[in-house]
Write a protein that binds this ligand. Sequence first.
Ligand code: FAD
Length: 405
Amino acid sequence: MTNRVVIAGAGHAAGQVVASLRQYEYDGQIVLVGDEPYLPYQRPPLSKKYLSGELLAERLYVKPESFYDDPAITLQLDSRIDAIDRDAKCLKLEHGDVVDYDKLVIATGSRARRLPVEGTDLKGVHYLRSIADVDGIRDNMDAGKKIVIIGAGYIGLEVAAVAQLAGLHVTVIEMADRVMSRVVSPEISDFYQIEHTNQGVRFRLSTRISSLKGKKRVKCVITSEEEEIPADLVVIGVGILPNTELASGADLDVDNGIVVDDHCRTSDPDIFAVGDCTSHPNAIYNRRLRLESVHNAVEQAKTAAANLCGQDTTYNQVPWFWSDQYDLKLQIAGLSEGYDDVVIRGNPAERSFSCLYLRERRLIAADAINAPRDFVQSKKLIADRVEISKEKLADTATPLKDAAD
Ligand SMILES: Cc1cc2nc3c(=O)[nH]c(=O)nc-3n(C[C@H](O)[C@H](O)[C@H](O)COP(=O)(O)OP(=O)(O)OC[C@H]3O[C@@H](n4cnc5c(N)ncnc54)[C@H](O)[C@@H]3O)c2cc1C
């Protein structure tokens, strides 16, 4: 059995690797190296209850501080890893330290994509990926201020909801012609845009940014139509990029994420990779996926830990995700990309309904809005890949689980 597992990156997946190694009674040393100053923490509340001030930072931790108070666990936080040396089997850290490993787990996550325009370095302009980012945003989120959010994806819209409820004047600018266009159908986009508009949020869709202006602090956002939108605060949420540089620098296979197999093993049998930074095979969709979700981070972490403990465990599940905006809980099962038909189940006016995505008469994804039962049952239908009756899907008197043809 391996006696020293090192985890590169100390985010959500890394925290779960440690927890699962403990659960599977791994009896070697565990070393966690991460560049943030915090214990491994959950990011979803960052754009929700942590941003609104309803949750303290300690409540974000995957495990409490006392969990790491264990002679078998070494935490090396605030430490950036510069390189992996596969021949010497060690990590090289920024300040010259070297950390040896028998087995390595790469859990470097992803980072916010930068907006390539002038002015993003002005004060008052923020990305949102970490506790430190949110602390910076919250310092400026006073009622009555003008916030401009660039990007109408989940994170942008969650920030819009929190800011609107906190009494700010909110404008959301989006390059596409509808909100959340990358992940949901036009029906769901329309529903969310109307909800936000009713709350008072203003939208500029089909609009690009040409620059951000101000002296030291941001004063306004200039659009490609040369409209000047005043801003006391700007939050940019235009997607993420996987942190694959350590892996590619060590000549591991990387292709839109660190390439792993269904055991979470990279092209080096002594190195595993988990979470946002990976590209992994999924037999349900019959293709490789790179996911940005807690479910994926947690399940890959469990899989890698089990395999590190000598088990033979594979990861092949229906992906899922969620987003909280106002009192709306959106739960997304599966991936809708490539759908050829859509069924709306329930009544959007009642603010509890689902949008079901089909491909060749099989359910491939579901967006359930305040409809947790549909979410749970659709996950099973997606995994089973059975042919579906559209009529039964649309009939709220028939439970989704009975919608097979
Ligand atoms: C604001 C926000 C809201 C979200 N909301 C949801 C949601 O509602 N539902 C959902 O399912 N998912 C959500 N996500 C996504 C989810 O949080 C991520 O999928 C999850 O955090 C991935 O975990 P990870 O461990 O792979 O990466 P991360 O949690 O990003 O951890 C990676 C860690 O590695 C560190 N690192 C990177 N490179 C190095 C290096 N060279 N040296 C040392 N350390 C390094 C990083 O700084 C980071 O601390 C949200 C994400 C954000 C940012």
